[in-house]
Design a protein around this ligand. Structure first.
Ligand code: SAM
Length: 213
């Protein structure tokens, strides 16, 4: 972590939500959750764009979905999680922190959950599940995004490996990093979306639907 990052993290600690205590749980239990500065960026996007309905792919312990919902009590979050342990923890946290009215947990694999949520339309989609499958999630759920809506994808620089794959030794990680590279290039080529990438934490892509180039 560089000095600027540590400095900004300290600044943001000043107005942390109670939900922030889950970060310690996540770290202690090796649950990957969205990095703090990335989270603050997405919450700022939410304040600007004012989505009423957010779809999240990859709930884990419901940290990010509750953080998103905390921006306004008008926001409804539909979040999909396939892992049963995570589902249990997410349900526990949603009740504990009082977000039962705003967050709906869909307990399924996101690649199989489409039929159950296709009646909904969203203003924002957050893709934060299996990194090699981001393109599948994007393709499947983009039709549910309204014109002018935003798709945010986390980890598009994946530990710095995406910009320098030569340092990766493991074959599996290499395969995954290649998929992320392909996804980023594919995102840039989507005629219906305008995407920009932020070199922040693990890398964030922000894709706006229907913006002309
Ligand atoms: N968004 C969460 C946060 O920041 O608090 C973190 C999500 S974590 C990075 C990714 C989660 O996606 C894991 O809990 C994993 O079980 C889930 N996941 C991975 N692939 C999935 C899929 N195909 N369908 C549903 N959930 C999936």
């Amino acid at each position: 972590m560089n000095n600027n990052q540590s400095y900004l993290l300290e600044l943001h600690k000043q107005n942390a939500e109670p939900i922030e205590m889950l970060r310690q749980y996540a770290e202690a239990n090796q649950v990957p959750i969205v990095d703090r500065l990335t989270l603050e960026m997405i919450k700022q996007l939410i304040r600007l764009h004012k989505p009423q309905r957010i779809l999240e792919i990859g709930t884990a312990i419901a940290y990010s979905s509750m953080q998103f919902a905390s921006v306004s009590n008008k926001i409804k979050v539909t979040t999909i999680e396939r892992n049963s342990e995570m589902q249990l923890k997410a349900k526990e946290n949603i009740i504990k922190f009082g977000y039962g009215e705003q967050i709906e947990l869909v307990e399924e694999d996101a690649l199989e959950a489409f039929d159950n949520i296709k009646h909904l339309s969203f203003d924002m989609i957050f893709i934060d599940a299996a990194k090699a499958q981001s393109k599948k999630f994007f393709t499947l759920y983009a039709p549910l995004l309204k014109e002018g809506g935003v798709i945010v994808t986390d980890n598009v620089l994946y530990h710095g490996f995406v910009s320098d794959i030569s340092v990766v030794r493991s074959r599996n990680v290499k395969q995954m990093v290649k998929k992320v590279q392909q996804y980023n290039e594919w995102l840039m080529a989507q005629p219906d979306f305008t995407t920009n990438f932020l070199n922040m934490d693990d890398g964030l892509a922000i894709s706006i639907k229907g913006e002309s180039k």
